[in-house]
Design a protein around this ligand. Structure first.
Ligand code: GCB
Length: 614
């Protein structure tokens, strides 16, 4: 039986007209190419481990009472009358930098997993009366509830993808209060789930911007070489606003191409352009063309490269030519500064190190990295693997978990579909084989192909052995659904000693290109010993040497991304004086010093490049 009070509460939830969504149902394409006002900087914060600002003392969320957003609203109060009872207040509370994780900014929050409330006050004057304004978050880990001036805008789930809310009607010229509850508690049903091997950094980890657009604006666009074509650039422009049937213009001045396309009743305008001669994007020539998209007074400029990527038998073809992917895995962390990487200079530091290794490819593990990474990869000519955070053992049977994974995949594809550098969408990492798992991944792969038929699908799979102790078998039903068979293997580290590499025989029965998405072993930078001394640079060096020789014997070997560029923080790695909270498999140490294995890999890549397999 429901109590009277519960019924009243239910009534308010159902009839208060309170509508909030994950992200307004869409994300705005290319925010940095628009009129923005940054909300980066110092935000006041309140640590709230018991979630007092979210639940009342009967543990009913304020959002479900007659005063949605009440908790956030109370926190936003200032003590003006000395007799008034106030127990929480953003006024006089300390500040955190946004973007940035809280763990690396405040010692007390180093291991914290829970809720932190953020608040930022701002004024805003629109440039034109009829314009619309959105607040856009690059990412916040993991669950965010956003309120403006005491009104709830929405809730977003997922730590690595962008979201935005329209705030046109709530905005004031002065004294706006933007409050965000960010909660990074790990949950079984979440994506990723409770068990990972990286630091669960919490906070508003990427840029926050106000974005001002005309009443009808260009919400999204896709400009790419048409699949199967070499000279046809095709795509769509999605308008948002009342003038849905308007005409949009797409221009590529350097190619002397321009076309007008009329939008349909949903605001979508499809177009196609025939070019005479395109200078194709590739690592040796990362050519980007300025592309202008306009609709009345809304013009957006992007820099877009054109290239083809496909597989043929066991080859990966970039612009029709066979390529070998000289890669490295990267976590989104700046070991030198400490904490989550987010800025363009973080991206430069990470991708410059990859370039020093003579890489032409990076695997951005294990979740979507910041947009700065893929924009810079476009400019530097580095091919990219992007990954959905479906890691190890998520709840394959849970429909909400599937919807969550699907949403995160959809959002990263929406965000990065115009980046020439991105060639692979990865569905998952090291997931245990079962029928439900395979169906889950199969469905995700279908979503990815439907959203973007021009790129390759893969996943980091696992290997196994049967009777022969020296045989390693790659056989996973999901391999049928990918374009490139990628697998992780740790022969010589978790599986025997490095000399085992010399004996292993591979059984891989797929007529597809094969890549090794991970291999490696740990070394504490500066620790020396012989090649059998665990955690020494010499052990790791020998392991790299033997592994690369072993992998080179696989006939359809078309690329590799060893684990990993830099040492990274992980709460699973607590061995005193060696790990101390760091996974030491980096070829570069936490202080930026290269380990011996770095040079083994670099030499291997130099040789591969010389051999002509680019
Ligand atoms: C793996 C995982 C990666 C781990 C790595 C390790 O297979 O994909 O996330 O960090 O092994 O160091 O064991």
């Amino acid at each position: 039986m429901k109590t009277f009070k519960q019924l009243i509460t239910l009534f308010f939830v159902l009839f208060s007209g309170q509508v909030f969504s994950a992200n307004n149902g869409f994300i705005i394409q290319n925010v940095s190419g628009r009129n923005t006002q940054s909300l980066n900087g110092k935000w006041n914060y309140i640590v709230d481990p018991y979630e007092n600002g979210f639940y009342n003392y009967r543990l009913i969320p304020f959002d479900e009472t007659e005063n949605p957003g009440n908790g956030a609203f109370f926190m936003d109060k200032k003590q003006t009358d000395k007799s008034e009872l106030i127990e929480y207040s953003f006024y006089d509370s300390p500040t955190l930098n946004v973007p940035g994780d809280w763990n690396s900014q405040e010692e007390k929050l180093f291991y914290y997993e829970g809720t932190v409330w953020y608040r930022r006050l701002f004024g805003y004057k629109k440039m034109a009366k009829n314009n619309r304004v959105f607040v856009h978050f690059g990412a916040a880990n993991y669950e965010s509830h956003v309120y403006l001036n005491g009104k709830k805008l929405g809730k977003h789930i997922g730590g690595f993808t962008p979201f935005n809310y329209e705030i046109t009607d709530l905005l004031k010229d002065e004294g706006n209060s933007l409050v965000v509850k960010v909660d990074n508690k790990r949950k079984k049903e979440a994506v990723p789930t409770v068990n990972t091997d990286w630091w669960n950094y919490g906070g508003i980890t990427r840029d926050v911007n106000l974005v001002e657009v005309p009443e009808t604006f260009i919400q999204d666009y896709s400009v790419q070489l048409k699949k199967g074509g070499k000279n046809e650039i095709a795509g769509f422009v999605q308008l948002n606003g009342s003038a849905k049937n308007a005409t949009v213009k797409i221009t590529i001045p350097e190619l002397k191409l321009t076309v007008d396309a009329k939008a349909d009743s949903t605001g979508k305008a499809e177009f196609s352009l025939k070019a005479k001669k395109i200078d194709y994007w590739c690592p040796e020539n990362p050519k980007l063309y300025a592309v202008e998209i306009s609709n009345n007074d809304n013009t957006i400029t992007d820099k877009i490269g054109f290239r083809t990527i496909e597989t043929k038998g066991t080859d990966i073809l970039l612009n029709g030519k066979s390529i070998f992917l000289r890669g490295i895995c990267i976590h989104e962390e700046n070991a030198l500064r400490g904490g989550r990487a987010y800025s363009m200079s973080d991206a430069q530091m990470l991708l410059n190190s990859a370039k020093e290794l003579n890489c032409n490819y990076v695997r951005l593990a294990h979740y979507p990295h910041s947009e700065n990474m893929v924009k810079l990869a476009d400019e530097m000519g580095i091919l990219v693997w992007e990954e959905n955070p479906v890691y190890w053992t998520i709840q394959w049977n849970n429909p909400e978990t599937y919807e969550n994974a699907k949403q995160q995949l959809t959002d990263v594809i929406t965000r990065d579909k115009n980046r020439a550098s991105v060639i692979i969408w990865s569905m998952a990492n090291e997931t245990p084989v079962s029928e439900v798992r395979t169906n889950f991944l199969k469905n995700l792969a279908a979503v990815a192909r439907n959203l973007d038929g021009t790129r390759l699908i893969s996943a980091a799979l696992e290997i196994h052995s049967e009777k022969d102790p020296n045989e390693r078998i790659v056989q996973d039903p999901f391999a049928e659904y990918v374009d490139i068979v990628n697998f992780n293997q740790y022969i010589g580290w978790y599986d025997g000693l490095p000399e085992l590499c010399d004996k292993v025989k591979w059984t891989i029965k797929y007529d597809k290109p094969v890549m090794i998405s991970e291999f490696g072993g740990s070394a504490l930078q500066g620790k020396h010993g012989d090649a059998l001394t665990r955690f020494s640079e010499e052990f790791q060096e020998d392991l790299y040497d033997r592994t690369l020789k072993m992998l080179s014997k696989i006939p359809q070997f078309r690329g590799v991304s060893p684990w990993i560029l830099y040492d990274f923080r992980s709460p699973r790695r607590m061995l005193p004086n060696v790990q101390d909270g760091w996974n030491r498999k980096g070829v570069i140490g936490e202080n930026g010093t290269k380990k011996k294995a770095f040079f083994v890999l670099k030499n291997f890549y130099n040789e591969m490049e010389k051999k002509g397999l680019k």
